[in-house]
Design a protein around this ligand. Structure first.
Ligand code: NAI
Length: 346
């Protein structure tokens, strides 16, 4: 029998539905015989609850060692409180590329045969957190300010990533999404860099187009098939990736990878879903597909493909689906059916 080299990886179950979908994902990974040896850590609200820190040093040290993590969603207080642990992780490990594919798995929905990939710049833009309130006349929040920053180096890095990814995956076109008509510096530099890099390095290899973000949002609803790979700045990528998740059945179907030079963190696009947390009804597929991307990333395409195929069959042949997909299965029932499929397919 072939020996499997164990791969150390950090596991952060996360907040809200995080522990439920993580448990389901681990069931699937165990059934696959995935090579990961987990170092379990906490962050987000769970980090605050257990050690008073939304990003405990032990969690950071673990990822520094493993350079690889599977992460459930982390809660961020709205409008105040601590800064997002997700954003801090992306900064700490310079995870500049956020790769978010959206693929139709269940036929017969509003949109058939969607196969899009969002490449989102992950470290710059309006997520830098340079924000201030200016107090006037006793109102401490009389003025709210935010400064976005995009650097030439950051734009070059993500644009190269998008073109290289698209070519490696046999994609046909890269669309750069911007708002350079209004934010002429902040997103102008992004568009200018994409145009330049395309002309200099990719012109003969793949098609390229430009789209203003508001028009892109409309086109994604009217005719999403016209797009292939999209590359954009941080905030636009955040918004549009939830939109493309909606084209394939919702946030329960959308995985993501945060990739840098020295580390990679895999997660679902969605958040901690506090409205359904603790009920055992969350759809675990987004995190499972993120785990499949993680398997691809460590060179185990065989296992990544086996997981994707088994998810497909559980959904479409066994017709086991969670409530967000119109079914009645619990998270655990879906995971149990999936494990059976994995065992059959192995
Ligand atoms: P959300 O993505 O948690 O939920 C939006 C809606 O989608 C809710 O109705 C929820 O029930 C539903 N939903 C999400 N995932 C689902 C799943 N797997 N199965 C079934 N339904 C699902 O967004 P929301 O409510 O805006 O954010 C909640 C918290 O999550 C906030 O603290 C936010 O900061 C955090 N968040 C964390 C992210 C991360 O860790 N990467 C990403 C997005 C939000």
């Amino acid at each position: 029998m072939a020996t499997i080299t164990p791969i150390p990886a950090t596991l952060i179950p996360g907040d809200g539905i995080g522990p439920e979908i993580t448990a389901a994902t681990l069931m699937a990974l165990d059934a696959l015989g995935a090579p990961f040896v987990w170092d379990r850590q906490v962050a987000g609200a769970a980090g605050v609850a257990s050690c008073g820190d939304p990003l405990p040093p032990a969690c950071l040290n673990s990822i520094r060692k493993t350079k690889l993590a599977l992460k459930g969603p982390l809660e961020t207080p709205i409008g105040g409180g601590y800064r997002s642990s997700n954003v801090r992780l992306r900064e700490e490990f310079k995870l500049y590329a956020n790769l978010r594919p959206a693929l139709t798995l269940i036929p017969g929905g509003r949109y058939e045969n969607i196969d899009l990939v969002m490449v989102r710049e992950n470290n710059e833009g309006l997520y830098m957190g340079y924000e201030h309130f200016i107090p006037i006349d006793g109102d401490p929040h009389a003025v709210g300010m935010s400064t976005g920053i995009n650097t030439r180096q950051g734009c070059r890095r993500i644009v190269h990533f998008a073109f290289d990814y698209a070519i490696r995956k046999g994609r046909k076109k890269v669309t750069v999404v911007h708002k350079a008509n209004i934010m002429k510096a902040l997103t102008g530099i992004f568009l200018e860099t994409a145009r330049q890099i395309y002309e200099e390095e990719y012109k003969d290899k793949i098609a390229f187009e430009e789209c203003i973000v508001d028009a892109c949002a409309m086109k994604l609803v009217m005719n999403p098939w016209q797009f292939d790979v999209l590359v954009t700045t941080n905030l636009f990528g955040d918004i549009l990736s939830d939109q493309i998740a909606g084209l394939v059945g919702g946030l329960g179907m959308a995985p993501g990878a945060n990739i840098g030079e020295n580390a990679a963190i895999f997660e679902a696009v969605h958040g901690s879903a506090p409205d359904i947390a603790g009920q055992g009804i969350a759809n675990p597929i987004a995190l499972m597909l993120a785990a499949a991307m993680m398997l691809d990333h460590v060179g185990r395409l065989d296992l990544g493909n086996l997981l994707r195929r088994s998810i497909n069959e559980t959904l479409n042949e066994d017709k086991v689906r969670t409530g967000d997909l119109g079914g009645s299965a619990s998270t655990l029932e879906f995971a149990t059916a999936l494990v059976e499929r994995i065992k059959e397919n192995k």
